[in-house]
Structures are given as structure tokens and as C-alpha cells.
Design a protein around this ligand. Structure first.
Ligand SMILES: [Zn+2]
Ligand SMILES: [Zn+2]
Length: 343
């Protein structure tokens, strides 16, 4: 048993509790970490089995049953690591002051960027010298380089983005207790962010692919822009329109090729608004004579029975079909006609 055994807080991460055990017992983090590697398993082990062994060891030295309830993002490393922060530690300095140096589970979620209690952007660096926040920073409660106290790190006051708000609400509804729900929620947010990133970066800005290198502030601005689109289908339809028009300037006429990045979002139940917005775009926009759409692509978009749809077009519009595609400005007529034919 350890000499001093603080109570785990149900809102803190396992990492946070590990750090606090070192702090309360006056261990240096390196020594404590070495001790864990020798007696149990390294803190850096990433497979679920090792994480269980580590948690069991912490239980045996603290006697605290709720160690098993603490959220541990490393247990998701092999399958779902995209949703969590590992290298960096994000904190709200105001919460950090209030909760006496704990790391909240919410902060480990990659899309949680704004503290919804204080309306402040989370920070992962010392505001004075820019050094990254590490486990040692948390343990000491101050920057390892310039000794500025974490509770005095400066933060930017911002309006929370809707993804941070959604996650804060989910946390209040105990989402951390149900792994399946948590991953599902994160996957929906991830899908929306990925799906809309092409619209936001269509003006030749850096690619969302490099998002890992973005600062919290850059990620926040990205999330705010995506939120605007996913909360308003009309705006999403307009964004699709701008995207298609830009491609038109480059003489790209096949809608399926223009929207190739969106292929996996058509019919995707994680983000149904994307499918519905592309349908609206096809049915309500004006197109040039050159713009075309593949019959198969159109069929996928509207979820029709493919053979029936193809035969219908060949029968009804024999002169239109050329290389399996039809003029885009006829798509609306064809789709409405086919639906009428079905009923
Ligand atoms: Zn806060
Ligand atoms: Zn510093």
C-alpha cells in the first residue's frame, strides 16, 4: 500500500490519478514511472490488456475500488486513437485551480477544445514560454521551464463551439461510463469534421490532413466553421455549390469525380445531412451543358434500386445516356420522373 492514497475523482483521467499519487507521496514523476514499469507495467503500454494490469496494480496499492472507473484514453490506442490526445495534455487553467490539479476526462477528447464552464480555450502550452504541458507540469503545478504556475496560464475567452458543448453535455449524461456510446459520439463528430473539411479548405489553405499539427486555436476555428455548416442545411448546400463551381473553373464536369472526396459520406448514417444536402444541390441547382453525372452515382445518391433505375433511363431517355452518364441539368427531371413511376 502507498503511504498516502488520495480518492480518485470520477471526472479525472487515470493519468491524472497516477500523477496525483506521485505528487501526494512526494515522488518524482520519473521515479514513480520507473517503479510502475518494474512492479507492474509501463505507463506507456497501449494495449487494453496492459492497461487493465496497470489499473489492477494501482488498485492493489491504493485500495480504491473506483480506480477501475477512471477514464483511460490509452485503452483505445489500438483501435480508436484518432479521437483522443496522447502527446499533449490540454487543460483549462481555471478548472485546474478549482479542482486542485486534476486532469479532466473531457480534456483528453480531441474535439473538446473549449471549457464550457469558463468559456475559455483549453491550453496545451505555457502561456509565458510556450513549453508543452507534460505530466511533470501537472505534478509540479508549474511550467518546467519558466516555473509559471499552471493556474495563472493565460487563456483566450471564446464562445464554445457546438462540438465542445455537445461533449460537455454527453459527459454530464455519463457518456464516459459507456465505451460504445462514447466512441459512437466521437465518430459522429469526426465524420462531420472530416466531411466538411474540404469545403473549409477549398480555397487552397492547409489541408485538414495535417490537423495534428494545428494549434488548439486553429482547431477551434475549424470546428466553428464546420459547426456552421452542419447546423444549417442551406449553408451546407451553398458550400457544395461553391465547391462544384470551383471545379468547373478547372473544367471538371463529372459530378461524381468532382465530389469524389465525399463518396464515403453518401448514405453515411453518421452524417445523414450530407447526403440530403447533395440531393438538394442536384435537384435545385442550375448547371451548364457540359456538366454530367454518372447513372450509378446518381442512383447511389438517391438510394434507388440500381437495375430498375438504369433500365428506366435507357427506356425513357435513350438519347441522353452517353458513357453511362446523363446531363446534370436533366438529373432533376429524371429523378422526379422515376419517383413518379415508382408510385
Ligand atoms: Zn474551466
Ligand atoms: Zn513556461
Amino acid at each position: 500500500m502507498m503511504l498516502i492514497r488520495p480518492y480518485p475523482d470520477e471526472q479525472e483521467t487515470l493519468q491524472s490519478y497516477v500523477i496525483r499519487l506521485a505528487k501526494f507521496n512526494h515522488y518524482q514523476f520519473e521515479h514513480w514511472s520507473q517503479h510502475l514499469s518494474q512492479q507492474s507495467i509501463s505507463l506507456r503500454q497501449r494495449d487494453a490488456k496492459s492497461r487493465e494490469l496497470l489499473t489492477s496494480y494501482l488498485h492493489s496499492v491504493t485500495g480504491m475500488d473506483n480506480v477501475f472507473n477512471l477514464f483511460d484514453q490509452w485503452q483505445f490506442y489500438n483501435k480508436d486513437k484518432r479521437h483522443f490526445d496522447y502527446k499533449s495534455i490540454k487543460v483549462c487553467p481555471l478548472c485546474f485551480a478549482e479542482n486542485k490539479g486534476k486532469i479532466l476526462s473531457l480534456w483528453a477528447l480531441r474535439y473538446y477544445l473549449v471549457c464550457t464552464k469558463h468559456d475559455t480555450l483549453l491550453v496545451d502550452k505555457c502561456s509565458k514560454c510556450n513549453s508543452a504541458i507534460t505530466e511533470n507540469t501537472i505534478l509540479q503545478g508549474k511550467c518546467g521551464s519558466c516555473v509559471k504556475e499552471v493556474t495563472t496560464f493565460e487563456t483566450e475567452v471564446v464562445a464554445p463551439d457546438s462540438f465542445s458543448l455537445e461533449l460537455a453535455r454527453a459527459a454530464q449524461n455519463q457518456i464516459f461510463d459507456t465505451t460504445v456510446d462514447l466512441i459512437n459520439k466521437l465518430l459522429i463528430i469526426y465524420t462531420k469534421l472530416e466531411a466538411c473539411s474540404s469545403f473549409i479548405y477549398q480555397d487552397g489553405q492547409a489541408l485538414w490532413k495535417k490537423k495534428q499539427a494545428y494549434s488548439i486555436e486553429e482547431k477551434y476555428h475549424h470546428q466553428m466553421q464546420v459547426a456552421e455548416l452542419v447546423e444549417n442545411e442551406n449553408k451546407l448546400v451553398s458550400a457544395i455549390g461553391r465547391y462544384v463551381n470551383l471545379a468547373l473553373e478547372e473544367k471538371l464536369y463529372d459530378l461524381g469525380k468532382v465530389l469524389v472526396k465525399f463518396k464515403s459520406y453518401i448514405g453515411n448514417e453518421k452524417f445523414p445531412m450530407m447526403t440530403s444536402a447533395i440531393r438538394t444541390f442536384v435537384l435545385t441547382s442550375e448547371f451548364t451543358e457540359d456538366q454530367r453525372v454518372g447513372v450509378t452515382w446518381l442512383n447511389n445518391l438517391f438510394g434507388f434500386e440500381s437495375k430498375m433505375f438504369k433500365n428506366f433511363i435507357i427506356d425513357k431517355y435513350p438519347s441522353l445516356v452517353f458513357k453511362q452518364s446523363v446531363p446534370l441539368n436533366m438529373a432533376k427531371t429524371i429523378v422526379i420522373d422515376f419517383k413518379g413511376n415508382l408510385s
